[in-house]
Design a protein around this ligand. Structure first.
Ligand code: AMP
Length: 579
């Protein structure tokens, strides 16, 4: 069943419902599984609950359940057209539209245009403060700064004269963002010129430099999505000597050529040989950069960013850089609006749940009912589901089937006795499929995790994606791996077989057994290939801050497919189901 936008109207609010495109599970009650805290933490665990009461300052109206009688199924296209042509009146939203947010486009192939207004800005600040309060209860931070790897996207203007950029850019450029960051003791070390710079590589270098200049003051290390932190420290491994030289001499590297960035960062730079020496000593002493973050930022209390969903594959590397510091997974949102806050921040990111904040949006959930033939052992992501009729927030049942989420915004909030906690499963539209098989990005992630365990100790899967190759008869899955260093053919053969066997979806296994799907192919790509893919998306107007590696590359995404193909250094076919 395909669902398009639906519009909902009621006497004091009007909202547009948009499918977020994710699957989630409503979390089962306390005591039903899930471990406690992260290693290295000594305080008592925060109990996990299926539903939780969240106190907010506002006293919104009791309107959380679905206003069923008021639901109208309408086509929003005419309204979206009006917005694109500059009509900013509050037709779909409670407050006038101030700009357009562009979604990352890494989920559906191309960016979506989503209205942005002050109401969304306010709810963003609210969720920042709410989750900060929960984090701060566990790990209080002192007055200081945050090393934030945040970047703005390019700005474009719509036909009607509205500014369009990524949702995070809309947030970063607002005055409220700065005030809120100050309130929650998380002011960015870098000046605005770095965040809004036109060249991402130069901004990244300067974020690192500013973070080092203020190293004693830094309380947290963060980014919107964890990928940016891993990427930043991958870069640090190559540029640390240059950074030391800049700090020693007090002169900015010639690699920074954007005048505004040069001027702003040069103002912060003074010759500081003792800081340069101490950074140098740390870097030469570290073993393969393990624990670089707490070594260089001794007052940092935690590392913060979205670490769930498509960010999970980067956790291993992030833990390596973070050493003893806890990782705190950030909130759950989308360009359309915020969905939930991580109110159990001390849980490891793999177990993070999000309390839906009923007063920041109107939510509908599409229950996913199991189809007739089911293997009860399978995970939420591998079972094939039928989408039922949407239900409201108060109708969601804890511990029942997974749900798909639709979010809308409304002017008046809702007050609930309790709110459900949900766990992110995967993005809905991303499916690897040749015929009757169906594997989600979560299935792919689990397969890659299992296979990567077979690689030698030093060999890490830096990044990965996949393609359903139907140019051969029968078609077959192709998995692309970028590795940290070379692996032997024998190891790659074992990994390839393991990948093939890890896709346990009945459609896939059955098709493989009868030869309706050919042997899985593991293609290793050159180092830096996924950087090239990132740059390709940046060229299209995406921002690093919202980037998620596409885990499936279809034929329609020909540029990314070409990047992958021209960088292949070797391939192996599975023999798991026979030669
Ligand atoms: P965008 O397309 O740029 O609006 O990004 C929104 C998408 O990012 C969501 O639909 C999710 O797929 C993903 N996302 C956002 N927050 C989280 C989170 N906390 N955990 C997992 N995925 C997330």
């Amino acid at each position: 069943m395909t669902r398009r936008h639906r519009s909902v109207a009621c006497n004091n609010c009007s909202v547009s419902l948009s499918p977020v495109g994710d699957y989630a599970v409503v979390f089962p009650p306390a005591g039903s599984g899930g471990s406690g805290r992260q290693e290295g933490n000594s305080k008592a665990a925060v109990p996990r609950r299926g539903r939780r009461r969240i106190e907010t300052k506002e006293e919104p109206t009791p309107r959380a359940s679905r206003p069923a009688s008021l639901v109208t199924h309408g086509d929003l296209e005419p309204y979206i057209q009006r917005i694109a042509y500059g009509d900013t009146s509050p037709v779909l939203t409670g407050k006038p539209i101030t700009s357009i947010s562009l979604s990352s486009g890494t989920t559906q192939g191309k960016p979506k245009f989503v209205p942005f207004n002050d109401e969304l800005l306010q709810s963003t600040m609210q969720i920042y403060c709410t989750s900060f309060a929960f984090r701060n209860r566990e790990y209080p931070i002192g007055n200081g700064k945050a090393l934030q790897f945040i970047y703005s996207s390019k700005r474009v203007t719509t036909k009607g004269g509205l500014t369009a950029r990524t949702a995070t850019s809309n947030v970063f450029q607002s005055e409220q963002f700065k005030h809120t960051m100050k309130d929650i003791q998380s002011q960015c070390c870098s000046p605005d010129e770095v965040i809004f710079g036109p060249d991402f590589q130069q901004s990244l270098y300067c974020h690192l430099l500013c973070g080092l200049i203020f190293s004693d003051e830094v309380q947290t290390i963060s980014s919107t999505f964890a990928h940016s932190i891993v990427h930043a420290f991958g870069t640090f491994e190559h540029v640390w000597e240059e950074l030391c030289a800049d700090i020693r001499e007090g002169v900015l590297s010639s690699r920074i050529t954007v005048p505004s960035i040069r001027a702003a960062v040069s103002k912060l730079l003074r010759p500081n040989p003792s800081l340069a020496d101490s950074i140098h000593n740390v870097c030469v002493r570290l073993s393969n950069w393990y624990g670089v973050i707490p070594e260089l930022w001794p007052n940092a209390k935690y590392v913060y960013g979205i670490m769930t969903g498509s960010m999970e594959p980067y956790l291993k590397k992030l833990r390596h850089y973070a050493g003893s510091l806890p990782l705190m997974s950030a909130d759950y949102g989308s360009s359309e609006g915020w969905i939930g806050a991580n109110v159990n921040p001390s849980l490891p990111p793999e177990l993070a749940t999000f309390a839906v904040l009923p007063n920041i949006g109107y939510f509908e959930f599409i229950p996913l009912e199991k189809s007739e033939v089911q293997d009860l052992e399978k995970s939420a992501s591998t079972i094939h589901y039928i989408e039922a009729e949407p239900i409201g927030l108060t109708e969601v049942e804890v511990g029942k089937e997974p749900v798909s989420i639709q979010v809308g915004r409304h002017r008046e909030g809702s007050r609930l006795p309790s709110t459900p906690e949900i766990q992110f499963v995967c993005r809905r539209s991303l499916v690897l499929s040749i015929n009757i098989d169906k594997n989600t990005e979560k299935d792919l992630q689990l397969a890659v995790e299992a296979a990567a365990l077979l690689a030698e100790e030093k060999v890490e899967v830096v990044d990965f994606t996949s393609h359903a190759d139907t140019s051969t008869e029968p078609g077959h899955y192709v998995i692309y791996w970028e590795l940290s260093c070379d692996a032997t053919e024998e190891v790659l053969r074992a990994c390839c077989n393991c990948l093939d066997l890890s896709f346990v979806d009945a459609g896939y296994v059955g098709s493989r057994k009868v030869g309706a799907i050919g042997p899985l192919e593991l293609r290793v790509v050159r180092r830096g290939t996924f950087q090239t893919i990132l740059h390709h998306y940046l060229g299209l107007g995406a921002a690093v801050s919202q980037f998620k590696t596409p885990r499936f590359v279809g034929l329609s995404n020909s540029t990314v497919l070409q990047i992958l193909c021209r960088n292949v250094t070797g391939c192996t076919f599975s023999t798991a189901y026979g030669p």
